[in-house]
Unconditional design. Structure first.
Length: 202
């Protein structure tokens, strides 16, 4: 699994120009936003951008029958799936923390609203990943079409989470949200493992 992580990190490094463009666009919104709204958008933007780029590594793995080569290594299909989730979630979390720190440095203060907003967006990002990864494994590049419609659903989920956080007490629902997140991830991982096990050609 360590070798797969190194491979995905190298793929991320090769896409450094794309990361730079996305970061530049996010910074524009950061400095043009009002109060902490710019920071909230910047943090959410970077986390969801990381989902698209990290999940896109599946396309690199399957191109030119690359998956056949990967599976000749001492790694099982289940380990491949678990590594992909670990990489995507880890990258999303790291970029979320970095963008949060940058926002705090720009506004020169720690704002609880920004912290809560970042936590809520990360929660939504995990739910999004739980849906995106099985689709990419199942449909490959064709999954991008589905992800277009998924983007609309993601924004709807974010809006729903925002309503929940505003109307309900955050502490009283934190445990429930974590359980829902863990449950969705568990179902997603099992689904992805099943998809990988059924795959015969790449």
């Amino acid at each position: 699994m360590r070798g797969l992580l190194r491979k995905d990190l190298e793929l991320a490094r090769l896409n450094i120009k794309m990361w730079g463009v996305l970061f530049f666009i996010g910074v524009i919104y950061l400095f043009n936003g009002k109060s902490m709204d710019g920071g909230s958008f910047f943090t959410a933007y970077m986390m969801f951008a990381s989902i698209g780029l990290s999940a896109g590594t599946i396309s690199y793995d399957t191109s030119d029958h690359g998956m056949q080569f990967l599976l000749t290594l001492p790694v099982t299909r289940r380990e491949y799936v678990k590594e992909k989730y670990l990489f995507c979630i880890g990258l999303t979390a790291v970029l979320g923390v970095i963008s949060l720190l940058i926002s705090m440095l720009v506004y020169r203060k720690v704002n609880m609203e920004l912290l809560v907003s970042t936590g809520a967006v990360f929660y939504c990002a995990i739910l999004c990943l739980a849906l995106v990864l099985p689709l990419r494994l199942k449909y490959g590049d064709r999954g991008r079409i589905l992800m277009g419609g998924l983007a609309v659903a993601v924004f709807a989920v974010i809006a729903l989470c925002n309503e929940i956080l505003q109307k309900l007490h955050i502490n009283g629902n934190a445990v429930g949200m974590v359980l829902v997140c863990v449950g969705c991830l568990g179902i997603s991982i099992k689904s992805s493992e099943h998809i990988m096990e059924k795959m015969e050609e790449f």
